[in-house]
Design a protein around this ligand. Structure first.
Ligand code: DGJ
Length: 746
């Protein structure tokens, strides 16, 4: 609901209220955003009153001498007129002027939303959008602020459009998608940081005086800092979450002012940005997604529901995603039709539904130094052609998928020989190299046309059911404003592919999760989370990812032991348990599995298919109890089925009893708790042969009231403590797991 009432503007979702006020001087103030307010009586007392004399602070004019810009809470702050905090917009006009002051001009409410930025959220006509126009009549610049309200999901979508109303070009140096000013300074910032193989691991820090910046200058949303951040108000159950629908360099900035206020800004990173706004032209920022709730877990659920509703689109929206086998860690570049066929035989026998042919299938691509850019099938690998190989996969009852990396070129390629000038690089300067490859200049139409035509031909030839779109290096040598233009060109290219192949399932990848963002998710329904499939590392990576992105977007694979990224050994059942929360795949040489592990995989896939809706579309919750264990739950949409995973991080002899408590269980319901059967290789117990037999007998079947489950919970059987076994003893070593199924009895 959106209401404009005099000088007050109110947005309301199911559980939140967002309140703005137009001040006497025309400034647009953020009054508050938080828990829903049902009566606005007395709301004039919410804002700080400036009934005092502050001789050191500037004010706009004598008429409003008690309105200090430095102490106001703005919707879209500017620089140079008395507010010394970071501005939402910075520009240079009339030669060298930079001061801006935006005053309220008009507002309107309309059905649907503004879709001017190419990667945007969807909304039907029942969704309302508020447009507020602010303007600086001296600079002759206007800013339109957009607020789209997703009532059920408790989401407010924000963006801005900058309009040059003057007769000369204006240089835009920054234009944030969102600014949120808070009246207090007691916040903890949660961000999702890392690098290759440790993407989106949560970091928290208390905000102190000054500026904290979380950003990417990589040219993609990046694995170093996700655009997803939360501010948590210390000591209160209040959390604000922001994510960005953008895939390039971004910046999230939190500033604590000397006057006890906090400002959060999110948008394109100004560090490599500039845009020349011609007279009459409008610049649209990407959209920012905003939510408020009492905990990160609840706020994340708002994001999950919003993403599944308004970001994911096309044939695979809300659909069951296939269990896949990927050739990469099974074969790397050592592929041949015969080897892949053997892998496909085994995969289909065990229940896989999609065979993904990863890197190495084209041109001279026998290793990572050559071939990128030449999108023709290698006759060495596929003497009968790719179409016939794809057909043989379908005969085995699986879908066929293909890896591509369109944005790149190796110097050792025909494409580079023919078009050395197609690189995204500074003319005349030796380009920075990464993984022996270079980024193609997608801002050139002829480059995009070449990629679209050559790759489409292959995809059509083999009727690809799935495409893994990879991107394995970051930007360097680029001119100011280039990254923004590149990202728009990328969206144009991707949308051509998606329209040409509407039934194909596209998965976004970038050396693992280097481009896991809402921009790419507007075009591709899922993302390869991380190249690191070590189950212990994956706990942090998947938890961090789920803080902002739903299970239905997060691809996880069971890979070999020892893990190729960590050399950690683990049981195949534990690897499955962790990988099953999200989109399950296998990425190992299935032909090399022992008969026992093969059997285990067959059972895993059957189990996953049975509970697929819970794993892919359920509500994720977690509990890290001490440092010794982690518990994950996924609750089905209808609340009937709950899958719970228990992971032992570190075996400690505390003698503690593990309890299964489900605070969200229905009090008037009854539940049956069972355990997923596990098979334990006796060899893993060395000389303790008995343990194996007892572990096999580890039974669990309880029928319990929701009232008990949601309060004191039930005791799980005790864990092995170094001596003695009983039939119910749970024998779980470090990084071992157990999966429990809790089902409502009806
Ligand atoms: C990086 C990806 O993250 C991997 O899964 C794999 O596709 C390789 N690229 C192939 O080069």
């Amino acid at each position: 609901m959106i209401r404009i009432c005099g000088d007050l503007i109110e947005l309301q979702t199911r559980s939140t209220t967002y309140l703005m006020r137009i001040l006497a001087g025309g400034q647009l103030e953020n009054v508050c955003y938080g828990r829903r307010i049902d009566s606005l009586e007395g709301c004039e007392f919410i804002s700080e009153n400036f009934d005092y004399k502050l001789t050191t602070l500037p004010y706009a004019d004598e008429e409003h001498s008690r309105c200090f810009p430095e102490r106001l809470l703005y919707e879209y702050p500017t620089a140079g007129r008395g507010d010394y905090r970071t501005a939402a917009i910075e520009c240079v006009y009339s030669g060298n002027l930079t001061a801006l002051e935006l005053r309220y001009r008009s507002s309107r409410i309309f059905s649907g939303k503004c879709n001017a930025f190419p990667a945007h959220a969807l909304a039907d006509e029942s969704t309302q959008t508020l447009e507020i126009t602010l303007a600086d009549d001296f600079a002759r610049l206007a800013v339109r602020l957009y607020y789209t309200v997703y009532e059920e999901e408790d989401i407010i979508l924000r963006s801005a459009a900058v309009v040059n109303e003057s007769s000369a070009a204006v240089r835009l140096d920054s234009a944030a998608s969102l600014c949120l000013d808070f009246s207090t300074d007691d916040f903890i910032l949660h961000s999702y940081d890392g690098a290759w193989a440790r993407e989106r691991c949560e970091e928290t820090r208390k905000l102190l005086a000054g500026i904290t910046v979380i950003d990417s200058k990589l040219g993609c949303s990046g694995n170093e800092h996700s655009p997803l951040v939360y501010l948590e108000r210390e000591g209160f159950d209040e959390v604000w979450g922001v994510n960005l629908i953008y895939s390039g360099s971004h910046r999230q900035l939190a500033e604590v002012s000397p006057f006890g206020k906090t400002r959060l800004i999110s948008g394109i990173n100004p560090s490599d940005f500039e845009y020349w706004l011609e007279p009459g032209e409008t610049f649209h920022t990407p959209e920012a997604v905003l939510t408020y709730s009492s905990s990160i877990e609840d706020a994340a659920w708002n994001f999950h529901r919003f993403i599944n509703k308004a970001i994911i689109r096309g044939r695979w929206k809300d659909r069951a995603r296939p269990v896949l086998i990927n050739s990469w860690e099974a074969c790397y570049f050592d592929i041949s039709a015969a080897r892949l066929s053997a892998l496909a035989d085994k995969a289909s026998e065990l229940g896989c539904e999609l065979f993904v042919l990863d890197d190495g299938w084209f041109s001279t691509r026998r290793n990572e130094t050559a071939g990128l850019g030449d999108w023709t099938v290698s006759a060495d690998v596929f003497p009968q052609g790719l179409a016939s190989f794809a057909a043989s996969i379908r005969q085995r009852g699986m879908m066929f998928g293909l890896w591509i990396e369109p944005e790149m070129v190796n110097k050792d390629s025909r494409l580079y020989e023919e078009h050395p000038d197609w690189l995204a690089a500074a003319p005349g300067r030796k380009p920075v190299v990464c993984r022996h490859q270079h980024i193609l200049d997608l801002t050139r139409r002829e480059v995009r046309d070449y990629l679209f035509d050559s790759i489409s031909e292959v995809l059509a030839q083999c009727s690809a059911d799935y495409v893994k779109w990879d991107f394995n290096r970051t930007f360097a040598d680029c001119a100011a404003g280039y990254n923004y233009r590149y990202v728009l060109s990328l969206y144009e290219l991707v949308s051509r592919f998606v329209s040409r192949f509407p039934d194909t399932l596209f998965e976004c990848c970038a050396s693992g999760g280097n481009r896991y963002d809402l921009g790419m998710l507007c075009f591709m329904s899922q993302v390869w989370t991380s190249d690191d499939t070590d189950l212990y590392h994956r706990l942090a990576i998947q938890e961090g990812t789920l803080a902002g992105f739903p299970l239905s977007t997060m691809a996880n694979h069971v890979s070999a032991s020892p893990a190729h990224q960590s050399l950690r050994t683990s049981r195949i059942d534990s690897r499955f348990d962790v990988a099953s929360f999200g989109l399950l795949g296998y990425e190992l040489d299935l032909c090399a599995l022992s008969p026992a592990d093969s059997e285990a995989v067959r059972e895993q896939i059957a189990f996953y298919k049975e509970y697929r809706p819970v794993f892919q579309y359920g509500r994720f919750r977690k509990l890290r109890s001490r440092d010794s264990s982690t518990v994950w739950w996924s609750v089905s949409k209808d609340d009937v089925t709950i899958v719970m995973q228990y992971v032992v991080l570190n075996q400690v002899h505390t003698g503690r009893c593990d309890r299964l408590v489900l605070p969200f269980a229905g009090k008037d319901k009854t539940y049956r708790i069972t355990k997923r059967a596990v098979h334990i290789d006796p060899a893993s117990y060395g000389s303790m042969k008995n343990a194996y037999h007892r572990a096999e007998g580890e039974e669990c079947c309880m029928t319990v009231s929701g009232s008990i489950l949601s309060t004191c919970g039930v005791a799980l059987p005790p864990q092995f403590m170094g001596n003695g076994f009983f039939p119910s003893t749970r024998v779980i070593a470090d990084h071992g797991t157990r999966m429990y199924i809790v089902k409502e009895v009806r």
